[in-house]
Design a protein around this ligand. Structure first.
Ligand SMILES: Cc1cc2nc3c(=O)[nH]c(=O)nc-3n(C[C@H](O)[C@H](O)[C@H](O)COP(=O)(O)OP(=O)(O)OC[C@H]3O[C@@H](n4cnc5c(N)ncnc54)[C@H](O)[C@@H]3O)c2cc1C
Length: 398
């Protein structure tokens, strides 16, 4: 299917990685992006250990290591080796998180996509479905592609307002996560980075000003702190929705276009990047039945993330009953079995796809492989012949 023409809408991290995947398979790919330059709004600052392994498989390991070192140098306190949290409970174990600013990753992906011959057209806002063999909406939570193609996007509306910003502060604010009777405030690990949550409904406007941020910080923390400068700021909610299918004819969705949820546990970017790695090689075959397995495999993974982020919101609310629930959950997380189950769920290390092979390792991920040609391979595993898919998951063992 090398004569196939695909159009990816959105040059966020998911669209860029998907474009790289398609180009690796020789598929002619155009990316349309409405912004003329990369946005500098602060979003994710870490990727999971599993996402790191998957990107390293494509040769991004050294670039990420170097960028991560540089980003880590900007940490206000030492958080390397962190394995993440559940509802602010920093008790998870398993693969460590990799410090990496989303913008840094986007720059590396865009450079690689261009190197692979992807045409990236910036300053182009998509308002009608482009003409291509396949159109993939990677255009974020308010996806135009999703709306134009008529995907259903059911879910639960927002109940909280969150803020994330890098600021200069005048006053005392303790590092780490803090729950108060009025919400949550967090400071660090990046210098000047604050995160706030208020559980009294969605914001009236998505615009964040120095004044509104300072007022929220003072309300939540109860401290006499002033914000003297805002370097970057964003607001978010716990709007939780998922497309019922990721494919309608020749239109597909990936990343936030397919699923939105609160950033609890830092899962959204990982989810979207892994969507891209699951979809790219399948799409390149043009095999309709194989392409349909993208929804079958990835929809349940995101569904579980949506559910666990909703549970984290409930656990984090400041009312007395939720505080007790949080305290009980904290005790439960000290039990090794609970800890490892929740850790694997948040890090996505327990994903097992149904590949039609019933060996217990089939459908699980094999780290440590160089699959930079995106083609998959055969390896000897415990003396058995294992077929590895291009996304690093074991297809079958014979
Ligand atoms: C405050 C915050 C903190 C977060 N922290 C984490 C974290 O720690 N870990 C984690 O894993 N995730 C985190 N996330 C989630 C993560 O940022 C998102 O999941 C990720 O950005 C999704 O990538 P995407 O490529 O799907 O969408 P986006 O990044 O939204 O990119 C979509 C692109 O499409 C473009 N576009 C939109 N409409 C059109 C159109 N009509 N035509 C052309 N182009 C269009 C946009 O300009 C944009 O460039 C966080 C999110 C927020 C808001």
């Amino acid at each position: 299917m090398l004569s196939m023409k695909t159009t990816v809408v959105g040059a966020g991290p998911v669209g860029l990685l998907l474009a790289c995947e398609l180009a690796l398979h020789g598929v002619r790919t155009t990316v349309l992006e409405r912004l003329t330059a990369q946005a500098d709004t602060i979003k994710a600052q870490m990727i999971s250990g599993r996402t790191y392994e998957m990107l390293a498989m494509r040769g991004f390991g050294h670039a990420i290591d170097a960028a991560s070192e540089a980003d880590a140098a900007r940490l206000a306190w030492h958080s390397r080796g962190s394995t993440g949290h559940f509802a602010g409970l920093f008790k998870l174990d398993g693969l460590p998180l990799i410090m990496l600013m989303q913008q840094t990753l986007e720059r590396a992906l865009e450079a690689r996509a261009r190197e692979l011959g992807v045409e990236i057209r910036r300053g182009v806002e998509v308002t009608e479905l482009p003409d291509a063999d396949f159109v993939i909406g990677c255009d974020g939570g308010r996806s135009t592609v999703r709306k134009l193609a008529g995907f259903d996007f059911p879910g639960t509306g927002p109940s909280l307002t969150g803020y994330q910003a890098i600021v200069d502060l005048d006053g005392d604010l303790p590092f780490g996560w803090h729950r108060t009777p009025h919400g949550v405030h967090a400071f660090g690990p990046l210098k000047g980075r604050i995160m706030l949550m208020e559980f009294d409904g969605p914001p009236e406007t998505r615009d964040v000003t120095r004044e509104s941020l300072e007022a929220a910080l003072r309300r939540v923390s109860g401290r006499d702190v002033r914000i003297t400068a805002v370097h970057t700021a964003t607001s978010w909610t716990d709007n939780t929705r998922q497309a019922t299918t990721y494919r309608r004819g020749n239109v597909l969705l990936a990343g936030d276009a397919a699923h939105v949820h609160s950033p609890f546990g830092g899962q959204g970017l990982n989810l979207g990047l892994q969507d891209a790695l699951n979809l790219g090689w399948k799409l390149a075959t043009g095999d309709s039945a194989l392409i349909d397995t993208y929804t079958t495999e990835r929809h349940p993974v995101a569904e579980r993330v949506l559910r666990n982020t909703m549970a984290q919101v409930a656990l984090t609310r400041p009312d007395p009953q939720s505080r007790e629930l949080h305290a009980m959950f904290s005790d439960l997380l000290d039990l090794p079995e609970v800890k490892s189950r929740i850790s694997a769920m948040i890090q996505g290390t327990d994903i097992r796809y149904d590949t039609g092979c019933d060996h217990p390792l089939a459908g699980t991920f094999v780290p440590g492989l160089d699959l930079s040609d995106g083609k998959g391979t055969n390896i000897a595993l415990n003396g058995l012949e294992a077929t590895i898919r291009p996304d690093g998951y074991i297809e079958q063992i014979a």
